[in-house]
Ligand binder design. Sequence first.
Ligand code: CUA
Length: 472
Amino acid sequence: MEPLPMEEPRRILIVSANPLFAQGLRRLSENWAGRRGEVVSITKNMAETLQAMDTLQPDLVIVDYDDETIYRDEFLSHFVASNRPMQVMLVSLRGGGEVVVYDRQTLTPSQAEERMKMPWPAAVPPEESISPRKTNMRHLVTAAVLVVLTTFLAYLGLTKANLLPVNASAQATPIDNLFNIHFIAMAFLFALIVVFMLYSVVVFRQRPGDDEDAAHVTGNNKLEIAWTILPLLTVLGVALYGARNLGETVRIDPDAMVINVTGGQWFWSFEYPDTGVISQTLALPVNRQVLLRMSSRDVIHSFWVPEFRVKQDLLPGENMIKELRITPTRVGQYELLCAEMCGVSHAYMTSQVLVMEDADFSAWMQQQSAGATADPVALGEKVAKDNGCTACHSVDGKPSVGPTWKGLYGSQRPLEDGTTVQADDDYLYRSIVDPHAQIAQGFPGTVMPNNYEEVLEQDQIRDVIEFIKSLK
Ligand code: CUA
């Protein structure tokens, strides 16, 4: 380096619009590294600076590199155009106080030769030599691998969590296939969001001392087209697959066995038209399609056996019969639920479902047929059960939705209006056909349906009364 004569103080020009910065530099530079310096001027903008460089001939120009009003390129081109020995230092308070030094020196041939022997600056470390494009690709590939891995683990978790009950019908399989597609989609979307979020939080977190702004990204057409087209194709594909699977669940077997299903507040009743058997239990032969023809006696109910997957609403009204086809594939005992909010005892509107081998089913049917009897008490008990009476009226004295039938006949009944009535045959008959006329004390609601006169035959009502009379 060409030594400057020691006796001559260094002529320093400070360029900064920030007075604090300028004063700090002035104090620092007047005795920099043991060398005397003289601040010849402090300039605040480009015009002043360029003029001062020409007129004051400084040896050293110290520039506030954070000052955005100083146009670095214009400044440097002026420096290059000049041929005076001069140093320019760009000093930044941000980015860890970096100083960039531009130096112009005039060297003798021997000095130049010495200079050439000086070691070159160390090679740039390899990770910085990788282009940003390659680094981005590396992040993308790492994240993609993590997404695939997380998708797999999340899918494994979903399938191992036993979210679905056992598959017990031919109609359950296409439904489960759709569930499977959803589990895959859920696992993938979960992985996509969580992996990219956590990867960014960990890998691109703010390091100490880094207060630089991130790159400003305004848009990416390719990415936007991709994230529009791919979900569209996915949704269309799932719709097509869903339609095909829906078709599977309603496939008709011409040999299907018909069962008439009645739902009411709050009971289920099943009639087998081939044999005339009526039952509260839904008995089904395995591996044979049944056609359930369903109607409601009062409000909307919904037939749902989770193990069969398929579900169908029961609607009240004439000619409002709804159909559901089920092919049980697994012998066992299941529970029929009502899946439509239908009143106070909705939650208890359940029934047993028995799927049996053919021989067992035939035996069950024989037993049911033989159960028919001429005893009015037994007939009344069956009518009461088939029509849901005993869903609300206990026969053992336990409290329930309606008054118990045990010990009812012949007792004195206090009514809501304060009067008392003798529970004789006439009272029981009126209570069945017009339940809202005389309301028993303690049961102020009008929960009981008042359509039993239409639903039941007169001799069925007589049989029910005989059954109530037998409960002493
Ligand atoms: Cu019937 Cu809920």
